[in-house]
Design a protein around this ligand. Sequence first.
Ligand SMILES: CC(=O)SCCNC(=O)CCNC(=O)[C@H](O)C(C)(C)COP(=O)(O)OP(=O)(O)OC[C@H]1O[C@@H](n2cnc3c(N)ncnc32)[C@H](O)[C@@H]1OP(=O)(O)O
Ligand SMILES: O=C([O-])CC(=O)C(=O)O
Length: 371
Amino acid sequence: MIKTKGLEGVVLTDSNITSIVGTQLSYVGYAIDDLVESATFEEVIYLLWYKRLPTQAELTEFKDNLFEAMELPEEIYPHIDYMDFNKIHPMSALRSIISLLGAYDPEDSLTHEEAKMEKAVRLQARILIVITTIARIRQGKEVLQPKREYSYAENFLYLLKGDPVDPLEAKAFDQALILHADHELNASTFTARVCVATLSDLYSGLTAAISALKGELHGGANEEVIKMLMEIGEVDRAIPYIKEKMANKEKIMGMGHRVYKEGDPRAKFLKEMSRQLTKKAGQEKWYQISEIIEDYIKNEKGLPANVDFYSASTYHSMGIDHDLFTPIFAMSRTSGWVAHMLEQYDNNRLIRPRSNYVGPKKLDFIPLSER
Ligand SMILES: CC(=O)SCCNC(=O)CCNC(=O)[C@H](O)C(C)(C)COP(=O)(O)OP(=O)(O)OC[C@H]1O[C@@H](n2cnc3c(N)ncnc32)[C@H](O)[C@@H]1OP(=O)(O)O
Ligand SMILES: O=C([O-])CC(=O)C(=O)O
């Protein structure tokens, strides 16, 4: 038996979705740099699902379908009313509501291609509504209705914060969604694929994926990064703080990566966004503290900043609540999770590795009364 801790270096499957070669990341053959510069998140979702870029007419129809699906079924509201969003972390609420939404969406989609794609659109549209609804309800604010003329990114910012939607923020947010859209067989995507490889449904796969993303070694790291920045507070405290963490053998969140040892190609874009948006908000210190940490950890440990590092100060400078950072990651990654689940269905085999038993053997059974 081949054994590798954390499945490091193990190749599970062929895939037509995302390629990582060194520090080169591409979706369906298109370099991430080009997509960030020139595409929109909606085009990227289409690319990941249909394996080609849409024509203008296809994109218009796709955006329309997404917009039409930006609502929750009536049955979900009693559940939402029951939840106290001031006490539940939004990532837990999101996981539970996505699971509930699955209970109210017909289970016929596995065999019908069109029904499967409609369900995929509903997932991508509804997750945006779920996150913004949670955010508005707990702020005691009116839940707003999405606007047809807005992009996915604009609708998210609008439903979260109301009008006007700032164009620089909307552009940066759209780019952040593109950067987080897919990443090959990361832990949550692997989880989604394991789930649907049993022929379970898309909502179950998404619920499983959200559960895996939530952990701080994965998507949950972005919230931990902003907590760290807030704890540091001032530029001159950054180095002593990090030195103490390292002396205590604590990990520095947002640094390091299982695959990228030379640098995460997404980080440079998020770094630039952070620089621009923190400046615009008059909050440059969060960028400055981040840069000091990045340089220090790179020099001391040789570890690069990952995608979660600069997204933290970027979202903070947009005035987004810190505990929404990981749900936003989930919203973007839904596009990739769905692509992977569809690919898994198309060429499925149950995923079932082995474990190497190392516990005690051949014990004599002791009856309960004698223990
Ligand atoms: C979207 C994403 O999921 S990106 C990743 C988000 N997660 C984080 O930012 C959490 C912080 N980073 C980490 O925990 C890790 O770098 C991971 C989980 C991302 C990758 O982990 P792995 O590939 O399993 O590396 P592993 O945890 O084995 O670390 C290897 C060595 O580097 C050290 N190391 C790795 N990351 C860090 C870090 N962030 N801070 C300090 N030390 C680190 C480990 O302590 C270990 O050192 P050792 O060999 O002396 O024991
Ligand atoms: O690929 C990984 O292991 C984690 C990651 O960066 C992501 O999911 O975006």
